[in-house]
Design a protein around this ligand. Structure first.
Ligand SMILES: [Zn+2]
Length: 46
């Protein structure tokens, strides 16, 4: 299944497949990006 969001907060349900959450800064990035736009961390593989 998908990732868990234990901290809650901003979790757009329909955008779940369009974005990925950065494990480093918890920011959301477009799936078009391979690195976090905020901190530069690489997109985690699933
Ligand atoms: Zn980040």
């Amino acid at each position: 299944m998908g990732a868990t969001n234990a901290k809650g907060g901003f979790v757009p349900p329909l955008a779940e497949k369009l974005v990925w959450e950065c494990p480093a800064c918890k920011g959301f990035n477009s799936t078009k990006l391979t690195k976090c736009k905020k901190c530069g961390a690489e997109k985690p593989k699933e």
